[in-house]
Ligand binder design. Structure first.
Ligand code: PA5
Ligand code: NI
Length: 190
């Protein structure tokens, strides 16, 4: 891998980076146990293992001092009343932050700390979000027709800890309601 400076573009409207080292595609089955409406999940999965989100990664050595960048694209849709979302994670090196820049779409970043502090920030195109060290994070797409596209940067040695969240999910959920997106407590996460 070259250690020379490099550039790449995020060209509208697709916003797929002009440099891609890895393309991750996560389907519905990868989010088993995360959506609150289990019946709606099973029904949807029986019909089709739909693509929920994709990540385009720009690779760097996963060592202290390096930064990892990429683009996350959460597609629109719902399981029951709950919007499509990423799995979400703590960083394995808990004390590492992340910066998100919302390029397109609308949604939320659902966050929490190991002590149970919660935060939910709305994302719209042009908004930058700083996720401080120790905060788990999950992106949620609330548009009916547009992808939620974010560009992210985080320390390359951070790693992903999915296990903690996989057990009961985040403390807050984003559900569709008559008045638009509604943030509610997750009854499974106490
Ligand atoms: O490190 C991040 O927070 C992002 O790169 C995410 O990995 C990306 O948005 C996909 O989410 P997740 O890793 O929770 O599947
Ligand atoms: Ni992260």
């Amino acid at each position: 891998m070259s250690d020379l400076p490099f550039t790449f573009m995020l060209n509208m409207p697709g916003v797929i980076p002009s440099r891609i080292d890895n393309h991750i595609q996560r389907k519905l089955s990868a989010l088993k146990g995360q959506f609150n409406d289990q019946q709606a999940f099973d029904k949807m999965l029986a019909e089709e293992d739909r693509l929920i989100y994709e990540v385009y990664e720009i690779k760097r050595p996963e060592v202290e001092g390096e930064m990892l960048m990429g683009v996350s694209i959460v597609h629109p849709g719902k399981v029951g009343r709950e919007y499509f979302m990423t799995k979400g994670h703590f960083h394995s090196v808990l004390n590492t932050a992340e910066v998100y820049y919302c390029v397109r779409g609308e949604g939320y970043m659902v966050m929490e700390t190991p002590d149970g502090e919660t935060a939910v920030e709305a994302l719209v195109a042009g908004k930058i979000l700083y996720v401080p060290p120790c905060w788990a994070h999950r992106s949620v797409c609330t548009s009916r027709q547009d992808d939620l596209v974010t560009f992210f940067v985080y320390p390359a040695n951070a790693g992903h800890d999915y296990g903690t969240i996989e057990q009961v999910g985040f403390r807050k959920m984003v559900l569709d309601s008559e008045n638009g997106p509604e943030i509610v407590d997750n009854p499974r996460a106490k």
